[in-house]
Design a protein around this ligand. Sequence first.
Ligand code: PMP
Length: 283
Amino acid sequence: MSRIVYVNGEYLPEESAKVSVFDRGFLFADGVYEVTSVVGGKLVDFDGHAARLERSLGELGMTAPLARAELLDIHRELIARNDLDEGMIYLQITRGAADRDFAYPESATPTVVLFTQTAALIDRPAAQTGIRVISIPDLRWGRRDIKTVQLLYPSMGKMAAKQAGADDAWMIEDGFVTEGTSNNAWIVAGGRIITRHLGTEILHGITRAAVKRLAEEAQMQIEERAFTLAEAKAAEEAFVTSASTFVTPVVEIDGTRVGNGAPGPITRRLREIYIADTVATAI
Ligand code: PMP
């Protein structure tokens, strides 16, 4: 069934939506994006995603083409027009179309695209079984805190995982885990919940921030620091967080079972707490 998508101020059937071949998003990956999940027809952590979007745009010297309230209206309009109950809204803003030149154009009108994608988020088999990951070197650029659309290396990592019969890849830099191809990486060791500290080496996950806050509210012990691949393999539990997977257990790393090879109790509890909060606070 054809969706209604948003392109530069218009709501159009997906077949009619067009972007210029000169768009810098297409030519240079000169653009940023956000993925906001939708549960029960409502947006999860919209403000967190909007704030990160504004930051990403600022880091690339772009001004936000739409105010936060306008963006919220567009998100809601797309949910309504596509009758979306559960899934995601993808938003992309590029610097716009201009003659091909490495230097930013003096003036270009940003391209704004949003579309919906239906997906089961709460009832996912992976939440019950857990996922298996492989490790790969982190060969991405150095500003992973900016959510740009240059996702080829994560895509290659995902393919390497598939070819190895696994589900995803964790990326390693200087012996430490940075993050998953499209999620933040966590372990539970000695009863403490550990996830990498924020910096330019990882994306500042909106789900990561929410899970951290909820774990602290539940009096769980959180440590923000880099952990090694060896630590992860020896951990009691491991999991990933992202807007589309919430909290998903990791049960195997490079063929080594994590804990007893089944989703652990802390991971399960965090998923439950996160989903309860998500449903209660979605707008
Ligand atoms: N790290 C990377 C590299 C990602 O691509 C994502 C998801 N876009 C995340 C972490 C998780 O971020 P969020 O919780 O905001 O979806």
